[in-house]
Design a protein around this ligand. Structure first.
Ligand SMILES: NC(=O)c1ccc[n+]([C@@H]2O[C@H](COP(=O)([O-])OP(=O)(O)OC[C@H]3O[C@@H](n4cnc5c(N)ncnc54)[C@H](O)[C@@H]3O)[C@@H](O)[C@H]2O)c1
Length: 249
């Protein structure tokens, strides 16, 4: 489905990103993996290459402008274009009511999840607009669509990602650049396992509050991302797509 598509995936070293990288490679994509966890990202890329897939890894902190700019420069030099960019890198924070969250935590969550997504979009759009277009897929969350008690900084960052997604989709549609966002409900990844360590009761409640009575699996997000990266999604832009077992309904 993705033969010869040049795809950038941030947050590739763990969870949703790692599972997605393997699926996209399986479907023939040419991958550029980015993450600030260098050892896991490089190991993943090496594994893909040893299985005859096309992959390179670059250590990038998405909240740092110069690092994101260098990443997109590398893609332009090496491939001359970027068909899809999946801006997936993100962090969570401890479960706390709003007034108990410290300023440093708030700044870090906004810097990585919101500013990091904006920085990636800024440089990706610059390249795409000079090379015929492309498709950007931002990782939001159901926390970008609905309240998320004890998760207000995270929720604010993910609501913000949807704002960036919708504005850019309208601004760049005529330049053949599509921009969409994915809104998963809780998914079984290391990020969710950390929440579970904090409060098993809340984690269980989250799974039980889903109409399907379970967490999502990273493979279910990866499958959706692979389809979005394919030409099958060609008339979709500006959307915030829940992948949530019916939770938002
Ligand atoms: N797991 C869930 O329940 C869930 C639900 C909805 C949305 N999401 C979103 O999906 C995305 C992936 O989450 P996950 O569950 O796979 O988490 P994860 O913690 O397993 O993976 C996140 C990856 O992002 C990387 N990362 C974090 N900050 C970075 C930075 N500044 N620069 C570069 N890389 C950075 C980490 O090193 C890690 O490899 C996140 O944006 C998350 O908010 C997750």
């Amino acid at each position: 489905m993705l033969k010869d598509k040049v795809i950038l995936l941030t947050g590739a070293s763990s969870g949703i990103g790692m599972v997605t990288a393997k699926l996209l490679a399986e479907q023939g994509a040419t991958l550029i993996l980015a993450d600030y966890n260098e050892s896991a990202g490089q190991a993943l890329s090496d594994e893909l290459v040893s299985n005859n897939k096309s992959s390179i890894f670059m250590k990038v902190d998405v909240s740092k402008s110069s690092e994101v700019e260098s990443l997109v420069q590398l893609i332009e030099q090496q491939y001359g274009r970027l068909d899809c960019a999946i801006n997936n890198a993100g962090i969570a924070h401890d479960l706390l009511p709003l007034a108990a969250i410290d300023e440093e935590t708030f700044d870090r969550v906004i810097n990585v999840n919101l500013k990091g997504t904006w920085l990636c979009m800024k440089y990706e759009i610059d390249l795409m607009s000079r090379t015929g277009g492309g498709h950007i897929i931002n990782m939001s969350s159901v926390a970008g669509l609905k309240s998320s008690a004890l998760f207000s900084a995270y929720g604010a960052s993910k609501h913000g990602v949807l704002g960036l997604t919708k504005s850019a989709a309208v601004e760049y549609a005529k330049q053949n650049i599509r921009v969409n966002a994915l809104c998963p409900s809780p998914i079984r990844t290391p990020m969710f396992e950390n929440i579970k360590k904090e409060s098993e009761a809340i984690a269980n409640k989250v799974a039980e509050s889903n109409p399907m009575n379970r967490l999502g699996e990273p493979e279910e997000i990866a499958n959706t991302l692979a389809w979005l990266c394919s030409d099958g999604s060609s008339f979709i832009t500006g959307t915030a797509l829940p992948v949530d077992g019916g939770y938002c309904a």
